[in-house]
Design a protein around this ligand. Structure first.
Ligand SMILES: [Zn+2]
Length: 315
């Protein structure tokens, strides 16, 4: 399997905080960005298996939308423990957004990976969630992965943020009331892109939608049997929802693609009230509140990049 490595530009945290403070002001009424010690992420609402998102940070993009569309390629299955070894960080803590391991589950789903991968000293912990469409009422069915399913698989496409899972300094972003058109992640990404230009910066971490509602989607349990050839086809196939705060989101984004056919941003979310899926944007600009913790990635790894590509279905 192909695996390319690239070094991101890693900005000084104070400097990056200043850039975000300024840029987010154009899109949110209240903005407070600071460099803080990462809060203990084993606590509510995160309940991750590790305390932080620091140490040897990497962004890993595995596969891509071309393995899902226009028709699924069922050979494209992966193992997150193996991915951690591939990116030279066995024992990594990995979070992000991808497609659920249909080869294990028996159906397609949205995947919220939260995995402490295996290392010499420790067995792996799978704290992931999957979201699927409830066959009974077409609502969202969110499941804690390890309650029902074995293994550490994922499939087709994944945007991952890997680290040693250590405590450390991170960028805290608190915003309230959206005054602009951009979603939270796009606003962060474009602000960084405008400042750092040709130097690609990768970021990952977690944020909580504390108040308001969010537009999300969940892929159907069955892959489409007729080819999905346009964004319109894809939108007909997906199921869209409006989900309610608090939602814990797992963002992975890159300011600019240094030539690896990257998905620039991808965010999935879960909750403790049965909702989760792929985050698009909040639908309640007047009341929305976000608080997030982000860390820049040192390295990019591009695993199993599709040879034939297209730009459909990347929203
Ligand atoms: Zn997604």
């Amino acid at each position: 399997m192909s695996c390319a490595e690239y070094s991101f530009h890693v900005p000084d945290l104070q400097e990056l905080g200043g850039v975000l403070q300024k840029g987010l002001k154009a899109n949110f009424a209240d903005v407070q960005v600071s460099v803080v010690d990462c809060p203990d992420l084993t606590k509510e609402p995160f309940t991750f298996p590790v305390k932080g998102i620091c140490g040897k940070t990497r962004i890993v993009e595995v596969g891509g939308v071309p393995y899902l569309l226009p028709l699924v390629n069922k050979e494209k299955v992966y193992d997150v423990n193996k991915i951690a070894k591939e990116v030279k960080l066995p024992g990594a803590f990995i979070l992000g957004a991808g497609a659920g391991p249909f080869h294990i589950l028996g159906f397609n789903s949205e995947f919220m990976p939260i995995i402490l991968t295996e290392s010499e000293n420790n067995p792996p912990i799978n704290g992931s969630y999957i979201a699927r469409i409830n066959p009974e009422d077409r609502g969202c069915l969110l499941e804690k992965y390890s309650d029902k399913y074995p293994g550490f698989g994922c499939a087709l496409l994944a945007n991952l943020f890997a680290s040693e899972g250590k405590p450390g300094k991170v960028i805290e972003v608190k915003v309230r009331r959206r005054t602009g058109k951009l979603n939270f992640v796009t606003c962060l990404r474009q602000t960084i892109e405008e400042h750092y230009g040709e130097k690609p910066v990768g970021m990952g971490g977690t944020f909580v939608v504390q108040k308001g509602k969010v537009k999300t989607h969940i892929m159907p349990a069955e892959f489409s049997s007729c080819p999905l050839k346009s964004d319109e086809d894809v939108n007909q196939w997906l199921h869209f929802y409006e989900m309610t705060a608090p939602l814990v989101c797992l963002p992975v984004f890159v300011s600019r693609d240094p030539g690896f056919d990257l998905r620039l941003e991808h965010t999935h979310c879960f909750s403790h009230h049965g909702e989760g899926g792929h985050y698009h944007y909040d639908t309640t600009p007047d009341t929305v509140e976000y608080v997030g913790y982000f860390s820049p990635a040192e390295l990019l790894y591009r695993i199993d990049q599709p040879k034939e590509t297209h730009s459909i279905g990347r929203d």
